[in-house]
Design a protein around this ligand. Structure first.
Ligand code: ASP
Ligand code: MG
Length: 453
């Protein structure tokens, strides 16, 4: 069976027109399995409502719930009007019932949260997943209105997870087993439509896979089904050399290895959920990132080995960084000094972006945070602490070590060397990072990008 798992994100699920486009794309495949996100903005609004309820503002939370309902009704009714079908009354009725049921559930969960005075992780997941529960059901029904044999499948039947609410870990063995039912559906000529992002914890409650988790759902299902390909359909033409919102000449990368694409998911381009590529890589399934609005663009293809003849693949940058330097009071054994510094960071859950160290001092690039005062108190026993604020981090991803000197020179040539505070390189990860002054960050990034790509 030539199965393609197709995932459509929030912007693809934005309105009746994009729903039709999604259905058109699906219709071109022989055996598609479809994973969808919530409609644009919905997940964010649901979480906001949950938080408002917990903070004592139930009324406002319910208003958000109501607006989510109205928005979906609007999309549904327009879709059915533009795509007339004899079964319309039936389809409409079943969708309205489902919507009532899900929004009713939302109201119940919000009221409970309000009473409890806190948004617990399981409750937050139950609330956040409602967007996908609704979008997958409605889209499957709308498929019937354009004579496509689409069938809603509740993700809880397939995506089995542990109980780490908010970033649940999939139970791969169980998912592999449950996904078999999708083949039966495909066999009978139907296209399963499944909500991404959520699944079921061992006790039957809802658990989510984390922010942007629908990509991960798609690849878990693709892996389980030994799919021919996993296609992530989004609103840009693939993974870019840099963020096209800021960098004029950023362009899609045609081909990437799983390794480099995973690095990029963590580092720069937030196009993919960072765990997405693992299930695909294990079974050597190619992953495509494609533009829903320009389906003929080739997008980015992610495979095991990519011809890596370029000196660098992509550039990411990040602002509002702080450089923390800790110098030991006396020359101590390097590891105990470093252990103390990193324990303090761990205690405050401050993630590190780049590090340079000598035996008795360490310089660390961190995202700016309100916890820096506390951090400096934690470190007072360890050494002298200084912070340099207003820094930016530019990272070049997928650098080949053989060309490192050339590459570094090119980068340094494109900015004043006085702009640079720190340079780090790791051969294993192939990431070359520069900490620079923030005031010229985007300008510098633009210049480096133009010089390199
Ligand atoms: N709707 C979820 C989110 O916004 C999951 C996804 O779209 O991938 O994070
Ligand atoms: Mg996404």
């Amino acid at each position: 069976m030539n199965i393609h798992v197709l995932k459509f994100g929030g912007t693809s699920m934005n309105d009746h027109q994009t729903w039709k486009q999604v259905l058109d794309i699906i219709s071109k495949y022989e055996y598609p399995v479809v994973v969808v996100s919530a409609t644009a903005r919905t997940t964010r609004q649901l979480i906001e409502a949950g938080q408002l309820a917990a903070d004592g503002n139930l009324e406002k939370a319910l208003v958000i719930g109501e607006s989510i309902k109205l928005r979906h009704l609007g999309i549904l009714h327009t879709f059915l009007k533009k795509n007339p079908h004899p079964k319309r009354p039936l389809i409409e009725e079943s969708c309205e019932q489902k919507l009532d049921q899900k929004i009713g559930l939302l109201f119940k969960l919000l009221t409970y949260t309000h009473k409890a005075g806190e948004l617990t992780p399981p409750m937050k997941d139950a609330i956040a997943s409602i967007g996908e529960q609704i979008s997958s059901y409605l889209l499957a029904q709308c498929g019937l209105a354009v004579d496509q044999l689409t069938q809603f499948i509740d993700a809880k039947k397939i995506i089995k997870t542990d109980a780490e609410y908010g970033h649940a870990n999939p139970n791969r063995a169980l998912i592999n087993q449950k996904a078999g039912s999708l083949e039966t559906i495909l066999d009978s000529g139907f296209t399963p439509i499944i909500g991404g992002f959520y699944g079921e914890a061992p006790d039957g409650t809802t658990a989510t896979l984390g922010f942007e988790g629908s990509d991960y759902s798609a690849s878990l299902i693709g892996g389980a089904l030994h799919a021919q390909a996993i296609e992530i359909w989004t609103d840009v033409s693939g993974i870019y050399t840099s963020d096209p919102r800021f960098i004029d000449d950023a362009k899609p990368i045609q081909e990437l290895s799983y390794f480099d694409a995973t690095e990029m998911a963590y580092f720069g381009a937030k196009v993919l959920h960072p765990s997405t590529l693992k299930p695909a890589q294990e079974r050597n399934i190619p992953v495509f990132v494609k533009n829903m609005f320009k389906p003929d663009n080739s997008g980015t293809r992610i495979i095991r080995e990519s011809d890596h003849s370029r000196e660098v693949l992509a550039m990411s940058f990040k602002e509002d960084m702080v450089l923390l330097t800790v110098s030991a009071y006396e020359t101590v054994m390097g590891y105990s000094f470093l252990t103390k510094v990193f324990s303090a960071l761990e205690k405050l859950r401050l993630p590190v972006d780049a590090v340079n160290t000598t035996e008795a001092s360490v310089t660390i690039a961190l995202s700016n945070s309100e916890k820096l005062d506390t951090l400096s108190k934690e470190l007072i026993e360890v050494g002298t602490v200084t912070f340099e604020q207003q820094k930016g981090l530019i990272s070049l991803i997928g650098c080949t070590i053989s060309e490192m000197d050339q590459l570094t020179n090119k980068v340094l040539d494109s900015m004043g060397s006085e702009e640079v505070n720190m340079i780090t390189f790791t051969k294993e990860k192939r990431i070359l990072s520069f900490v620079v002054n923030q005031n010229k960050l985007v300008e510098t990034a633009q210049r480096i990008h133009t010089g390199l790509f």
